[in-house]
Design a binder for this molecule. Structure first.
Ligand SMILES: [Zn+2]
Ligand SMILES: [Zn+2]
Length: 650
């Protein structure tokens, strides 16, 4: 039994708090206990931080009130953020040691990595990155404790000014707080909210990737800074896998492959607007044809609508108020027009042409109309971010009770597409009402409920993107993972209770009453330009047989076989295949290598033996050699393999 004296000596220290620990129940501990002491055994060794009431904090944080504590382990989302953030500090630490004249600015975490911006007039070169990396490794080996210090803002400004860090001083001077957090590791100190790993020895699986120019505060009137990009992972193996993925992505870059395969080009006269060359246009049109096949199956009607429409229409549709920054405008005869960024309003005008009966619904208008959206020249990127494109766009006008069935059929189309192109891994996101939106609360609630219900009934697992819906309604985005594991959003289904109001659309129901139809915007491939860019990277340019611009190349050994090869090529073309004979007087090995570089799915070498027997021996791009067969058999063989829907991969 403790005496009164024991209490009086440390009254403040005796305050007890209740901490709930993940997987370890509830404990009562003295207030002021560092968070790390609540972690047990193995976890205490592995943890690099803690979540206190759901917020990331340092392991050393003193617990003062009742709270929940969960360890942050390196190989988790929070853990990786923490590692990358601490590695950015490590980078700055190393740079300051090697280049004391460089000034530090900011170093945020980005997707799968981090960067840090430095003011450094000579500019970093690749050899510098190697030296910096080696210095970072040294600081890791020195295993400095990373300590938080709280400073008054004014003292912190003075501290950084005394170190010649004008940018840092400017940042701190602009903060609203009176007290700021600084983190110190060895001879380096940086402004930071934290949290951080407890010591530099906890870092190590990192790599610096590149260096680029960036303006201070993103403004081109400000000084140019040097941005060093890096990546960091929980362990060596994950780092190596990531580096391999980056290299693979570089190898598959559609901008390089598109040029190599002669598919498309870009010209400064039309920024962000691709020019499709004959082979590229061929593939593009085959994609359109594939979608038209789905339209026949799912009962869509294709329409053609104007490119340039009166600005009044865009006021009416809400685009002018909500989407103006992304539109191109023009005027003639003192009338203002806009180039369409979307097809929707044109389809509303067509729907409103006549009074519809419930018997006609749903009406499904599909449109391959060319769209233009303004993207800043700094963000346009190959085919994946363009100003001029077309979508496999369609709008479904239906009765409210038909929504779920319509969405179900769109999901079936999307599944067909994913299978056709070999997108085996998919992710689905439900996006709800954004801040900037039109339409009533009730309409939004109904729309969101309808989407949730249909996803549940189709057993589609989804993640919620709260507040990420279109301004006119909630949406479901369907994403695919490509061969390198990158996620791309392709298909989308968006409900719209608003445009039918704005365009006063109606239909007559079973009792002869006027009702409002619901509008569904949907695309399966999305933008065809972007889809093609993604497909090129997914397939590394080796398009499936049904899509390949040239499906078969016949390669002769000497000119003795030219006549036969030419005849076979003609015969195949007559049957609808894209076949060519390479009759050039070049070495066989050279011709085969060239066909492989052009990613031609099927190459057949024609020698004397083939001419004599009247056969071809096809060889697939992957290297597989097929037994010789007659020309008739070859045509059947090609027919089977170029069918859309079996993936078309030979
Ligand atoms: Zn920090
Ligand atoms: Zn639309």
């Amino acid at each position: 039994m403790s005496g009164k004296s024991g209490h009086s000596s440390g009254n403040r220290m005796s305050k007890q708090i209740t901490v709930s620990l993940s997987g370890d129940g509830v404990r009562t501990i003295p207030a002021g206990t560092p968070a790390r002491e609540t972690l047990g055994g193995k976890v205490a060794k592995l943890a690099i931080g803690v979540m206190i009431d759901g917020r990331p904090r340092d392991l050393s944080t003193s617990l003062e009130e009742d709270c929940s504590v969960t360890p942050i382990l390196p190989d988790t989302e929070e853990g990786l953020d923490l590692l990358r953030h601490s590695t950015a500090h490590l980078l700055a630490h190393a740079v300051k040691r090697l280049f004391p004249e460089a000034q530090v600015t900011i170093g945020p975490v980005i997707d799968k990595g981090f960067f840090y911006d430095f003011k450094f007039d000579r500019g970093f070169v690749p050899e510098d990155l190697e030296r910096i990396e080696a210095e970072m490794a040294r600081i890791v080996a020195e295993n400095h404790e990373v300590k938080r210090e709280d400073w008054s803002r004014d003292d912190a400004v003075a501290l950084f000014l005394s170190m010649g860090e004008e940018f840092k001083a400017e940042i701190i001077g602009g903060l609203p707080e009176a007290t700021v957090g600084l983190y110190r590791q060895g001879d380096f100190v940086d402004l930071c909210r934290g949290p951080h790993v407890p010591a530099t020895g906890r870092l190590g699986a990192f790599k610096l990737l590149s260096v680029a120019g960036a303006y201070w505060r993103g403004d081109e009137r400000n000084p140019m800074l040097q941005r060093i990009y890096g990546t960091a992972w929980a362990d060596r193996k994950s780092l190596e896998q990531h580096i391999a993925r980056l290299e693979e992505a570089k190898r598959r870059d559609h901008r390089r492959l598109g040029k190599q395969l002669g598919l498309f080009s870009f010209h400064k006269e039309a920024p962000g607007s691709p020019f499709f060359h004959p082979d590229g246009a061929l593939v593009y049109n085959l994609l359109v044809e594939y979608i038209r096949g789905l339209y026949r199956r799912y009962d869509y009607s294709e329409v053609i609508t104007p490119q340039i429409l009166d600005v009044d229409l865009w006021h009416r549709s809400g685009h002018y108020d909500n989407y103006r920054e992304n539109m191109f405008f023009t005027s003639v005869e003192e009338r203002d027009f806009a180039v369409k960024p979307m097809n929707c309003p044109t389809h509303c005008l067509m729907y409103s042409e006549e009074l519809h009966s419930y018997r006609e619904l749903p009406i499904r208008f599909a449109d391959f109309g060319r769209l233009h959206r303004f993207e800043r020249s700094g963000v346009v990127h190959g085919l994946t971010r363009v100003r001029s494109f077309c979508q496999d766009d369609a709008h479904i006008f239906c009765a409210p009770e038909q929504i779920q069935e319509e969405i179900r059929s769109v999901i079936a189309m999307i599944r067909h597409m994913n299978e056709t192109f070999g997108f085996n891994e998919t992710r689905v996101y439900l996006s709800t009402r954004p801040e900037k939106s039109i339409g009533s609360d009730e309409a939004w609630e109904n729309a969101e409920r309808a989407l949730r219900e249909v996803l549940a009934s189709e057993s589609v697992e989804f993640r919620l993107n709260a507040g990420d819906g279109a301004f006119y309604g909630p949406k479901i985005d369907f994403c695919v993972l490509d061969a390198v594991g990158r996620e791309w959003q392709l298909s989308t289904v968006q409900l719209d209770f608003s445009l039918p109001e704005r365009f006063d659309l109606g239909f007559v129901d079973t009792e002869g009453k006027q009702k409002r139809p619901v509008m569904i915007h949907r695309a399966v491939l999305g933008s065809l330009e972007r889809f093609l860019g993604i497909l090129i990277e997914h397939t590394a340019g080796a398009l499936p047989l049904w899509l390949a611009p040239c499906q078969v190349r016949l390669v002769t050994v000497t000119d003795r076989q030219n006549e036969f090869a030419d005849e076979v090529a003609r015969r195949l073309r007559r049957e609808g295949f894209r076949a060519k004979a390479d009759l050039r007087n070049e070495k066989l090995g050279f011709k085969i290598r060239e066909a492989q570089a052009a990613k031609i799915p099927v190459v057949a070498v024609i020698g004397d033996k083939e001419v004599e027997a009247g056969t071809v021996a096809p060889r697939l791009l992957g290297g597989e050699q097929v037994e010789p067969m007659t020309i008739d058999a070859f045509a059947v063989w090609l027919q089977e393999r170029s069918r859309v829907g079996n993936g078309g991969v030979p």
